[in-house]
Ligand binder design. Sequence first.
Ligand code: DGJ
Length: 694
Amino acid sequence: MSRVWRLDTSRQTIALASRNDRLPEVIYWGLGLPDDEDLVKLHDAHTIDVTGGMLDANPELSICPESARSFPGQPGLVLADGHGASLHPRFAYESEVTGKNHVSLTYSDAELGLVYTVHFAIDPATHILQARAVLEANRPVRLHWLSAPVLPAPQHCDEMWDFTGRWCGEFQIARTSWTTGARLRDNRTGRTGHEAFPGLILPCRGATYTQGAAYALHYGWSGGHRMVAEELPDGRRQVQFGNASGTELEPGTRFETATLYATYSDTGLNGCAVAFQRHLRDRIVTWPNPDRPRPVHYNCWEAVYFDHKLPVLKELATRAATLGAERFVLDDGWFGTRDDDTSSLGDWQIDPRKYPDGLGPLIDHVHSEGMAFGIWLEPDMINPDSETYRAHPDWALGPEDQVLGRQQMCLDMANPEVRDYLYGCFADLLGKNEIDYIKWDHNRVLPMPDAAQPRGTYELLDRLRRDFPKVEIESCASGGGRIDFGILSRTHRVWLSDSNDALERLRIQHNAALFLPMAVTGSHVGPRECHTSGRVLDIRFRAWVAAQRHMGFEMDPRELSEDEVAVLQQVTAWWKHNRTWMTQADILRLDSSDPAVIAEQQLSEDGARFVVFAGKADTSAQIAPRPLRLTGLAPRARYRVDILNREDLHGLSRGTVALKDGPLEASGQYLMSQGVALPWSFPERMWVVEGEKL
Ligand code: DGJ
């Protein structure tokens, strides 16, 4: 007997079916099926053949493949009883709850006293499927691995893309060919990681950013994830995502995965990217005031580091305001006796040497310049050289003789006493000072992964947000080390990278846009000579790269020449003028014909306007620029297209490119098929092209 279920949006269907009350398998995931499709028949049609060298029937590739049912690949659940003896459940159907856009299914193994429940929900507007699994036991069991509901990977797909990276080099795409066996990512660092953004993209054969079919998945967890993308010997493919293996350190009676987010697109990788961008912005992030335009930031880190002097900070604030900043963020160095990174984490009391009258005088000054005030914290951490550690050495996570990271240890966030202490410090700080923003940092990996740690952090964040609902929070972990939908359901911005090198940033934010919208992605104009790469880049390029996302500054404004000030004022004014529609826009990566050009198009919600950022990341192989093909336009509509930064034209560009002399008018079809001819430029320059529908 078959049971069947389906979830639909206007562009995709996911169908599940089970036989004889066993766990269901996803029998279809792709372009929307007709409403009257007979899923029981599809279930039969889905069955693959059996031949020599196989069992007499192929064990199901279910939503949780079971080791006890002859499944030849990685199981979805690895479990032991309280004494460590392996358990191999065989689940049977118990009950279900279904609604228009959601399905929950409960299965049990009566003999082992286990209940397994999965929850699927689909968002008809954003096209994002959400799935998670819960395991309950009638006595404590040890969980080694629990996958979120397992999804099949398509057959007409030659490679998978996941993400690697490093400090100052986040969101690097790793491409792996599908072949028999598994690609395993098991992030044992205990945090999301620069090197392990929990995402996977499955471009179907022939897909590009702008066309073709693709699937994408993201696991919303901040404690390090495990991914298994496996092709079985029979050719079937499965994708599993869950918490890193072995991170449930205690036996328990209830375990659950974080949410797996997934989508299918028939409009290229951009279709997936837009689904994630919108879902994150409109469903995951809870904005204290959704109508508040994203304020331009000034962060003082790369200007003063730990050297906090009130008159200097005031001057920086005044100069930042002149550039157009609307929020001043006081970074590391304001508490304890923190003159460098060797001490004081955990001592969250204002340093009276640097701030004899508290933070009030600085905050008042920042306010008098028309800016809001934000502050840096690193709550999950403690320095052995701190009053707090000396009083409570047992609050630190892991053994005393562990290898330190940045001279610091992690606090045991699972300990309620630790959380109460931190809550008390921050509630006092936020209660006594007008602070509207926290930059929440996390600068080392855990001594060992432990799922209780991110759960403790989430709890503290939730408590603070409940009591200080107006405060916005930025997730930072030495830059982009903690970026995922789990942390972003409690925060409002990510510090994408510690690299303020515009060239690096151009690539990092381009790749991050496969999941992240502009609204949450911080991007700052850094110092003239970049502190993390030594590169010296032109102010125009630095400014436009920052203007692609949530814009800010992070240099010492006293280093700026008059020309640089003028450029920053002009670009910031442009950004402010456009941020309302850009915040709601989709970021579409363009299929640039020139690998030296990294280009994107931000298309407004109503499709009536767009801006293209074409960053020249390298010198081109050919002499003249190749036309840049746009996307997402109405083929029959006419558009006016114009270069915004025409003043950046170089004298070596001697030709008669139409856009040099003024706006161009053309159909959407032309702009998407032939593309826009841009003037020649040096590398490390950006063309900014605006377009409007006529
Ligand atoms: C690492 C962050 O990524 C930087 O932006 C800065 O806040 C430092 N920590 C402060 O210690």
